[in-house]
Design a protein around this ligand. Sequence first.
Ligand code: NAG
Ligand code: NAG
Length: 614
Amino acid sequence: MFGRSQDSATNNTHRKSSCSKSLIAAHLVCLPRDLALPKILKPKAVIFRQSYMTSVLAVRQRGWMVFYIGTGDGQLIKLSVDRKYHAACPTVLYRTSDDRKVFLKLHLDPVDHKHVYVPFRNQMKRVPVSNCSTYTNVQECWSAQDPYCGWCGSKSSCTFEDDCTDSDWLSIPDESQHKMISHKVEKDTNGQILLKIHTHLTVGQEGPSNFACHFAATSGSICASNNPPPQFPHCTCILSDRTLPVDGLHVTVKFRLGTSQLSEQLRLNNCSNMSGPPSFMLCRQCVKAGCGWSKNSCSWANQGETDDRVCHKLESGKSFSIPEISSITPSVLSFYGTNHAVLLGRNLGDVTGVRIQTHADCTPKESPVWGNTGISLTFHIPSTHLKGVANVCVLLPDGSCHGDANITYRSSPSCGNITPSSSWMSGKRKLTLMGSHLDLVEGVVHSHDEQDIKLPINSSYQSLSYDAPAAENTSMISSSTVLLKAANETLACSLNITYYPEPEFTSFTAIRTGNNVRITLKKKSDKLEMSKDELSVWGVQDKQEYGCILEAKETSKDTDSFSCEIKGLPNTRFQKLKIKYGDKTISLSDSSSHRVSPILLSLLIIGHIASELC
Ligand SMILES: *[C@@H]1O[C@H](CO)[C@@H](O)[C@H](O)[C@H]1NC(C)=O
Ligand SMILES: *[C@@H]1O[C@H](CO)[C@@H](O)[C@H](O)[C@H]1NC(C)=O
């Protein structure tokens, strides 16, 4: 059941653990080292869950393990895991447009170690392991949590390590961190207030000796004269003033590290002033301010707990009833997200937002809500990079999040062909698209009027029907491209629709067949290829309308004939026919009673001339 993962061909893979992909459970789990022992194995950590994993490649990069994971729906996912098995947010390095499966063996480029070869059925794709240059400042470069990327001070850009000279390269530490710079506010035994800064960075050899910090408030320098010198990665400021303003003190901390400059804005609070009934929100504020939580109140960092997990044990504040989620519609959507999703549940009245988390270590996305009735609310589901299941919870004003619902992000819809591929100019012809993931399409537009969004009449994974919009110009034949709408995205289909003039019905005849009447309706032939199912016909007798059931269509050189039958009506004398197609209703008068045939007309004229002559 467990297939051994593949090693990279490089010699930098000294594995401390063995990671496997279970095809059945589709979890990436790391097992303790001694695989040989015949005992029941328990996963040490579950670091990634994903449906349809097909291949895994593990590479060691500095203190991190980097997993490249291929999926059955055409994604190459990169997951960096630190030595304590904390995973960074997974990223999608490559995604096929058509869900093509990634084959079993992934290979790291043996020469540059910066590309992965990804096999598909009839193609091998060379994908870069990182795109460091897309991050344009130190903070972004760091936040990518990518062990390959670091900030190169001399080049002022985010690069691979060997693209940066003079070891002037700032990168993430070997342990996963959520912030580049964290701080704590302590009070020592002498009653002095200490601001302690921790930079979560790794630097080249020169870096630590070239480390400096500078603390300032608007009033100027704030540290005492006996301030200790900075010691990478820490620096400390002993406040010269022993009291803090009631509303906090704004402090700017500037760092120099190698040739890079960093800066951080902080608000320094009097920890023992953050008081109130113990609640999740107070605890979180306290920890965020660099203070410590101890015995249900906020105190200095050295006197309490500074990890915000301590707050999860607290009540979310008694005044709110705990919301529950019962359903989300739609719950399956394309990776573009969706607008106007509806969430149903209980106790939703106080809910201020919806949080969507694709993976435990990715920054969650939050959406505001509206139309909240207490049992239902509306919100937008944001787009994502990673296809798969995401967790949804609802937010209360105190920042706590409740409920545990899932949504599934799928691929982008795409189209193959369309039938019919034309419409009459007045529009509302029913067109049917074939393709994939068409159930995720929210609307269809034609390129001549992208504001006129047509909703699907019905749709499934592989087909979707909608009514064509009217043509832009009703006096000439024109053509338009089909576009699909998924959330805010408009996807081109590369399918054309031609608009032809309206069908022209010319005459009809009615004959009796037993108890029924058979009507034959004639239409000039055209390029519309109208089928009998696109027509509705009624015979009108003395203002009464009799529905005529369409039975057949026959095509000759320049005429199309449709035949239909009116059941249980023996009388063949109709004043007119009512014909409906698309949005148009027309009436066609009985030609035999009104129009005089040309031959008869010429006979009359000849007769008239003859009588004149005589
Ligand atoms: C913090 O607040 C407490 C209570 O209000 C006060 O006694 C103390 O002096 C303050 N400390 C500082 C450093 O401002
Ligand atoms: C679509 O755009 C609107 C307006 O910019 C925005 O509020 C909404 O969140 C977007 N929807 C998605 C799914 O990204």
